[in-house]
Ligand binder design. Structure first.
Ligand SMILES: Nc1ncnc2c1ncn2[C@@H]1O[C@H](COP(=O)(O)OP(=O)(O)OP(=O)(O)O)[C@@H](O)[C@H]1O
Length: 447
């Protein structure tokens, strides 16, 4: 059982609130943008020093791809002026539900979060906790390899049970990368996570920064990553309806980050291995290590200029070219994710023949040629309802993958379109089933 799941009623209430906050106005389909195969694989930067995440072998490998694809980019029509927006400007809290009721916990959260005491200061209600070294050592059995569940650019991830019985994932930063940048990445993750509260986002329990230990403690999500499910690592095929639900969950989570907190957050690393699944196959978006505060539009800012970070195959080509980050970079990555959900393929498939290697390029070409169905994951069950939904999902993906950000829909608009796709899918599926059972009843009667 998940430790931080709310009661079904409160989940439903939350979901209803999420749904009601989206209007159906203006949900017409934008003009179909022409597709230009610009998805690339790049994690380099302009004049910035390399961060820890860039020491990740996957991300270093990504840089190798960059040379191959960067040449495809056409220059943007207009290069906008840089604006400075640093994390140090982050001082206000989100109006997330937990903050509204946190009281003294909030004060503690806002005050110097990088000091620790030997005793944690938890109260009964879940809130951001400063863990002690002893607690973390105890929970992880001195970082026992038997409790290790993953390894990422940030460090090692352990599954642990806290004294209060909650199951958590404990992310321990690599010692070898304890330099200035890893500290910045750590603080980014903590400061970002502590401000968010959404059913489809991995929840932060607490953190520890003491000496050379940097640790964050987050909700444990028990059912692996979306990528593992698409790869059928447990032998089960992730069904089409579940994939559609997951797409909607992710769209909700990212819409929340972009629109429903005080200062919008750009996730910057939306990808299938950062989507964790619950036992009920609901999605929780994880890994805020790269997250960045979005531009302050009220102050007239249109973007944040930043070091390019992200993962090969998911990176917005306009961001790669201009270093200008907006929410639409997440929309681009979401477009890649949609194609992954439909095809089951990874964004870069080195084992496929050349023309199929960049999955979005291959899938979008098929779609624009009227062959969307040929991109469908061959392991998925075929039906008229799924065929129609795939057509529409790829149409949305095409919009999300538009080379320029102004042609891409917002995350909220993407979520709205996905709801309508799911509604049609369910209705068509139900009418298919009822006509199937009618015809089988007819057959029985005839016999
Ligand atoms: N909250 C969690 N609950 C359960 N498992 C988790 C959790 N967080 C991470 N994991 C597991 O640990 C693995 C590594 O996670 P981590 O976020 O450190 O790196 P990553 O996203 O795989 O790598 P990258 O540095 O490229 O982003 C995940 O793939 C997942 O299997």
């Amino acid at each position: 059982m998940e430790t931080t799941m709310k009661s079904p009623n409160s989940l439903h209430a939350r979901r209803r609130r999420d749904l009601s906050s989206f209007s159906s106005a203006g949900s017409g389909t934008p003009d179909r943008p022409s597709y230009s195969p610009t998805n690339s694989t790049y994690t380099s930067s302009s004049s910035y020093s390399k961060s820890n995440s860039e020491k990740n072998p996957v991300k270093i490998a990504a840089r190798t791809f960059a040379g191959a694809f960067i040449a495809c980019f056409s220059p943007p029509e207009k290069v906008e002026t840089n604006s400075n927006n640093s994390l140090s400007s982050l001082s206000h809290s989100a109006d997330a539900p937990s903050d509204a009721s946190a009281g003294s916990g909030n004060e503690r959260r806002r005050s110097g979060i990088y000091t620790t005491s030997n005793k944690s200061t938890r109260t009964k209600e879940p809130e951001i906790v400063k863990f002690s070294v002893d607690e973390i050592y105890k929970a992880t059995k001195n970082f026992s390899p038997s409790l290790k569940i993953g390894q990422g650019g940030f460090g090692t991830v352990y599954k642990a049970r806290l004294q209060d019985g909650n199951l958590v994932a404990i992310k321990r930063a690599k010692k070898s990368v304890h330099d200035k940048n890893s500290g910045a990445e750590f603080r980014t993750e903590v400061r970002t996570l502590e401000k968010v509260e959404h059913l489809n986002l991995v929840k932060l329990y607490g953190y520890l920064e003491q000496g050379d230990e940097r640790i964050i403690v987050v909700e444990y999500v028990p059912n692996g990553t979306l990528r593992e499910h698409l790869d059928c690592v447990d032998g089960n095929i992730l069904g089409f309806a579940a994939r559609l639900d997951i797409a909607i969950d992710v769209a909700h989570a990212v819409t929340y980050l972009h629109m429903y907190i005080d200062h919008p957050i750009i996730h910057r690393d939306i990808k299938s291995s950062n989507i964790l699944l619950t036992e009920n196959l609901r999605a929780k978006v994880a890994d805020f290590g790269f997250a960045k505060l979005a531009a302050n539009t009220e102050a007239g800012e249109t973007h944040v200029s930043t070091q390019v970070k992200g993962t090969a195959g998911y990176l917005d080509p306009e961001y790669l070219q201009t270093y200008q980050l907006t929410e639409k970079s997440d929309v681009y990555s979401f477009g890649v994710l949609l194609v992954e959900l439909v095809t089951g393929r990874r964004p870069i498939e080195t084992k496929h023949e050349y023309k199929e290697r960049i999955t979005v390029r291959w899938a979008m070409k098929k779609f624009t040629e009227g062959d969307a169905i040929l991109t469908m994951d061959p392991r998925l069950e075929r039906s008229a309802a799924a065929n129609l939904a795939i057509e529409k999902i790829l149409e949305l993906a095409l919009q999300c993958l538009a080379p320029t950000r102004r042609s891409r829909p917002s995350m909220r608009k993407s979520a709205e379109l996905l709801w309508s796709i799911r509604k049609d899918y369910r209705e068509l599926l139900a009418s298919d089933h009822s006509s199937d059972s009618e015809s089988s009843n007819t057959t029985i009667r005839e016999e």
